[in-house]
Design a protein around this ligand. Structure first.
Ligand code: NAD
Length: 369
């Protein structure tokens, strides 16, 4: 055996497992939330989201990339700062529930900017519900009247309980006025939240549910230019948390609701395409949430003003949620290392990973001749 064949190692190694990304499955995410408690997770996510919104200029931001079909949308949501990069894959297919699939399904990746190495591959379906609710409640903490206690919840599907509990824990909501065109969805919500301490009032229409509410959350799914909340339903001082209008041709608020309100958004270029303000002129005035959180622009101007959070979901919220889930999973020892990246002693010898160990030896021998 000559010097060179000795020097050529087998291209594969199994040792640096810690450099492989952590994989957090849907089951792991459920375990994580059960062990930490939903309240703790919503609060933790809201803190992470707030912290990241406060350093808004640090992020390389873009509107998400959306691929539309007749029945739904599939979107990619990338964002990064100097140290970490994330993206989320998410869909929106309102007709899915009729065939036993969720309307919204998601997964995502967190990666190290310095090397490009993925550090986390995670489910994001449950995480999206948590982060959306945390973002909505964070916005309401800063935009709704502080003494808001009654919330109308229109649309009682997959996201709805998370919205309800985030508003209970972060905003002090104690009464929910519920409406869904599918009564079974409301029955499910009532059963799920029967021990929550929230007072649950089932209503016969959106108009009835909105009556007397301090906050109105719309979280419906319908690929249509819907007008679920109309101007005649508004009462002075209401805060509207519009979550379901998040795609071109998919709205929940009538245009005059927006005209009568002060409107807040996540990332203006994305919301102009996807939010309820897609109905409005390109120069329709909006305030970005991060500006209110940083105190550079005012939120609500008076107790009688109507405020709207035109939520569409921004990549920054998933970045923050992924960071929260990653550190919580590491602390709890949840998830497993995913053999995603080929492990090589010589990182230039990717081809060597295709060779069997005997061929590897032969190749080494050939090289040494
Ligand atoms: N803004 C965000 O960040 C964000 C994040 C996640 C989901 N979403 C959106 O939230 C919406 C709800 O998502 P989901 O996962 O709960 O969907 P889902 O399909 O589980 O539930 C939606 C519910 O809305 C009801 N609904 C439809 N039209 C209605 C109407 N006119 N009046 C009352 N109820 C109506 C349906 O019957 C259903 O029960 C979707 O549109 C989704 O795209 C937004």
């Amino acid at each position: 055996m000559n010097r060179l064949s000795k020097a050529l190692p087998s291209p594969l190694t199994t040792t640096p497992l810690a450099t492989q990304p952590l994989y957090l499955s849907a089951t792991d995410a459920v375990t994580l939330v059960r062990r930490l408690g939903l309240k703790h997770c919503i609060e933790g996510m809201a803190q992470h989201i707030r912290a990241d919104f406060l350093r808004w200029p640090d992020f390389d931001k873009s509107a998400r990339v959306a691929h539309h079909s007749q029945v739904g949308v599939i979107e990619l949501m990338p964002i990064s700062d100097d140290t970490a990069y994330s993206f989320k894959y998410v869909n929106g297919h309102p007709q899915n529930t009729a065939i036993g699939l969720p309307t919204v399904m998601a997964f995502g990746v967190l990666a190290d900017v310095a090397t490009g190495l993925p550090t986390l591959v995670s489910e994001l379906t449950l995480t999206t519900a948590l982060r959306t609710a945390a973002t909505s409640a964070l916005a309401a903490q800063n935009l709704a009247r502080p003494n808001s206690r009654v919330m109308a919840l229109i649309g009682n599907g997959a996201q709805s309980e998370f919205q309800a509990l985030a508003f209970q824990h972060l905003q002090g909501i104690n009464t929910l006025r519920l409406f869904d065109i599918d009564p079974l969805a409301t029955t499910k919500l009532v059963a799920n939240l029967s021990h929550s301490g929230l007072k649950l009032q089932v209503c016969a229409s959106t108009a009835e549910a909105v009556q007397g509410a301090d906050i109105v959350t719309t979280v419906t799914a319908d690929k249509a230019c819907a007008t679920i909340v109309t101007a005649d339903m508004l009462e002075p001082g209401m805060h509207i948390n519009a979550v379901g209008g998040d795609c071109p041709g998919k709205t929940e608020l009538a245009a005059d609701v927006l005209e009568m309100s002060k409107v807040f958004v996540e990332f203006t270029p994305q919301t102009r395409i996807e939010g309820d303000i897609q109905q409005m002129p390109a120069d329709f005035a909006v305030t970005e949430l991060w500006e209110v959180l940083r105190g550079t622009r005012p939120g609500r101007d008076s107790d009688t003003q109507i405020t709207v959070f035109d939520s569409v979901g921004f990549a920054l919220e998933d970045f923050a949620a992924l960071r929260f889930m990653h550190s919580a999973a590491l602390k709890l020892g949840l998830g497993e290392r995913l053999a995603l990246i080929p492990q090589m002693v010589d990182p230039k010898n990717l081809f060597g990973t295709l060779l069997t160990s005997s061929r590897c030896t032969a190749a080494s021998a050939q090289l040494s001749e």
